[in-house]
Structures are given as structure tokens and as C-alpha cells.
Design a protein around this ligand. Sequence first.
Ligand code: PLP
Length: 411
Amino acid sequence: KAEKEISKPVLKSAKLANVCYDIRGPVMARSKQMEEEGQRIIKLNIGNLAPFGFDAPEEVQQDVILNLPNSSGYSDSKGLFAARKAIMHYTQLKKIAGVTIDDIYIGNGASELIVMSMQGLLNPGDEVLVPAPDYPLWTAAVTLAGGTPRHYICDEANEWNPDLQDMRSKITPNTRAIVVINPNNPTGAVYSDETLKAIIQLAREHSLIIFADEIYDKVLYDGVTHTSIASLADDVLFVTLNGLSKNYRACGYRSGWMVVSGAKKSAQDYLDGLNILASMRLCSNVPGQYAIQTALGGYQSINDLVAPGGRLYKQRELAYQLLTAIPGVTCVKPKAALYMFPRLDPKMYPIEDDQKFILELLETEKVLVVQGTGFNWPQTDHFRVVFLPNSDDLTEAIARIARFLENYRKK
Ligand code: PLP
């Protein structure tokens, strides 16, 4: 009967034709199905901290609970004043000059603002330089907004730093912006000031906007420090994104922000567009906004997790040692974030279709990872591992990956 009711197939918008977000793609759907059938999957696929026992700081949770009675109404479209004031102070600590309350937009996670920032900017034919590998929302957001992502290579042989030559070679008269994900997901790279300055110079020469995704700027290991690229110049337009999801283990609060700085005067029209888009969605989740001021001020408990002996530090060490002990697997040790992006020697592991490869891993070993091409990496020789599961689960998961690869070599 139901079939009769639908006379014409309902098609998705053509705008979505090339939009992909493989982190939550078909392999994850299969994993969900296997779980529903009662199988236990070890999930190394998503940077969602709380399910692995990394909870938002107690005081931040309490603040949201206390403010819930005040959270029933819409806030200003750009966000609560006190929260934006705290973000403004944070930009001062990061040495980003001249940021006012008005330059700050709070959103339902950085994700909403990434999409909004591209929707407000791009016309058909416009190009945006996006890293490969990237956090794939950037490529998807550019495409959805009618633009064309052009991927610049990050060089594994140079600790996954952006290949500046390649970046330069991909600039055309249609290029509007450069996306810099630093610290990087999926590689865990943190860029030097020298590299950041070279990117700024390219933006300066070609009048490009720099979109800086800095959501992991406190998840840093081995004493590495992070520089906000927007702190290094004031004659280029910067849009810096950050939020509570990772540094404060509050992914579910959907609380992120975007800060406009640098050459703002020439960008008034774009900013008017962003204001329209921010107004259209009324405001960001208000309970999540109440967490911002408390999170950003005072004691930063993330530091305990990333210090030697801290849980994130220990799990990074463990995952790195176990993965790189597998024949034919190499990996640049991440300096930041929650991920590793190991390489499989193509001579030992000639993989034609890496999505199929990780689906087989899931089916045979019940371990879920994400294929490298899901991050717009051009070859089928990488995959991403999230090192959030506890040491026992990580050890078990990587042992299963090792067994799967051993069988693959024998094939
Ligand atoms: N940017 C990067 C680099 C990320 O890895 C993620 C989430 O994994 C996001 C942005 C999205 O963060 P949010 O939870 O604030 O939407």
C-alpha cells in the first residue's frame, strides 16, 4: 500500500550531489546495525570524548545546571554578552588584536559556524583552499555553499606540514580563502609560526581570507605551544573558530564560536551577510552558551589529561607504539588532538578501495576506524584512529587491526 502512495521518487537537492561526510558514512551505519544485532564494536572512529569517560569539567556542568532556569528564552543572535566577553578575553590571551564583542558569533558547535561562514561567502565558481587530509566538514561546507574546494597537500614527510608550494600552485583568480586546521585533525600536526607567516603572506598577496579552525588549541602534548594565526597579522581578514567540544570535553553542549579579526573594514558586506545568517537561525543553544564563561576562566583541567601521566598522553603513547609495531605501518606521532593518521605501505597492503578495506576490518574484527579518503586524502593508504578508548580497549583494538593486516598480507 505504501508503495502506491509515492508516485514520484523524492530526490535530494542537487546541492548535495558532491557533499560527503564519511566519518558518519555507510561503514558507521553498518557498525550501528551490528551493535543492534548484539555485537560489541570497539570504536576508534569519532572524537566524541564523554562516552569514553572524559567528562566536561564538573564546574562547567554545574554552571549549565544552575543557569537552566534562565535558558528558556532566545539569546542575542550572536550570543550571550557574558559568554562573548569571555571569548573576547580569550582572544586577548591568544594575542589576536582588536577583537570587539561584535566580532564574535556563538554557534551550535563550530560546525554550524563553518557551514554559515561558507554559505555567507561563496558564489558558484569561487574556490577555497582546503587541506588534504582535512576535517571533511570543510570540504562539505564549501561544496554545499556552491564553491569548489581545492585541496592543498599536507606533507607527511615533513611532519604533515602544509606544502606551501602546492598551496601556492592551487591559487587561481577565483580563490577566495584558505582554510588552516591547526592543530590538525586527522594528523595531529601543530604548525610553526614560520609556516603560519608564510600562509599569511600568500593570503596577503592574493587578497584571501584565512579561516582558522583551532578547536584543538589546548589539546597539546610534549610541551608544544599553539599560536593563533590571527595573532600574526592585522592586514588580512581572519575568521578563527573554536569551541567547548574538545578542550572542555563538551561535544554535546553544541557550543562553539567564530571570531572575525584583522582587515575587518573591507569585509563589512560579508559581515552583513553573516549577521543575516546568524539572525535566521535565531540563536545558538542557550544552555551551552552558559558553559562558556566558566570553561574559559580559571583552572584548565585539560592540562592534566595531556601532561605526561595524563590519560590522553598515555593513550597516545600506547596507540603510537602498538600501531607502529605492525609491519608496514608508519605514523607521524601527533603533537596535538585525539587522532593518529597511520600509513599502510602500499607494497604490503595494496588497497584499491579503502572504504571497503575498513568495512572488512569492521566485519571481521569488530573494530571501527575511518578510511583516509574520508578526509579527502587522495590515496587509499591511510586510516584514522581515535585514541579515546581506555588502554585495555585500545590494546585489544590495535591487536585486532594487527591480526587483520597480517591476514591481508597473506592474501
Ligand atoms: N573542527 C574540527 C577540526 C573538528 O575535528 C571538529 C569535530 O570533530 C569540529 C570542527 C566540530 O566541532 P563542534 O563540536 O564545535 O561542532
